[in-house]
Design a protein around this ligand. Structure first.
Ligand code: ATP
Ligand code: MG
Length: 161
């Protein structure tokens, strides 16, 4: 399904912003330009839901969550960034593994199964993109993913001549 990414992303952020119970600020860096992405909207919603749930789950009261995207090498590069507890460097690559959770004790208290990011990785790969994390322990975590895009709705239809 071809959807306008700005609107699609904003709607998901809106839904979390309206229902959140924590004292966490949402800050958006969303460009005005129109970008179309050809995606499975249910699956991409599930991916972004998990990334935002994680950011909220690991954010302290008074924290900020930043949302944004830019264009890089013909892809949209989307980011969700929190100032939560962060992830130790040596565990960073493993958070996309099935059932992997950084700290068993703290994770048990937080709930969840450790499948969210593994599913996100599969789904982003199926869309031709990549997903990765950057984090500083005690300072926060940023999740990035990329997606191929079209600048114009008609790009999909092809050449008229
Ligand atoms: P589920 O998503 O299945 O409910 P989960 O959130 O624990 O469970 P993932 O979303 O796959 O599982 O995340 C894996 C682990 O990565 C988490 O348990 C947590 O340890 C770490 N993690 C993910 N996002 C963040 C974040 N924003 N800040 C700190 N740690 C994170
Ligand atoms: Mg999760």
């Amino acid at each position: 399904e071809l959807v306008e990414f700005n609107m699609f992303f904003n709607r998901i952020i809106d839904r979390f912003e309206m229902s959140k119970s924590q004292d966490v600020q949402f800050i958006r860096y969303i460009p005005e330009t129109t970008y179309f992405v050809d995606i499975d909207t249910d699956k991409l919603t599930q991916v972004i839901d998990n990334i935002i749930s994680n950011a909220l789950k690991y954010s302290p009261d008074g924290g900020n969550i930043r949302f944004g995207f830019t264009v890089q090498e013909n892809m949209l590069k989307v980011m969700v960034s929190d100032d939560g507890m962060g992830i130790p460097k040596e565990n960073l690559s493993r958070i996309f593994d099935r059932f992997y959770r950084v700290d068993r004790a703290r994770s048990r208290a937080m709930g969840g199964t450790g499948l969210g990011l593994a599913i996100a990785k599969e789904m982003i790969a199926a869309h031709g993109g990549k997903i990765w994390a950057e984090s500083e322990l005690g300072e926060g975590t940023t999740i990035f993913f990329t997606l191929p895009f079209e600048l114009d709705e008609l790009d999909e239809v092809g050449d008229w001549e």
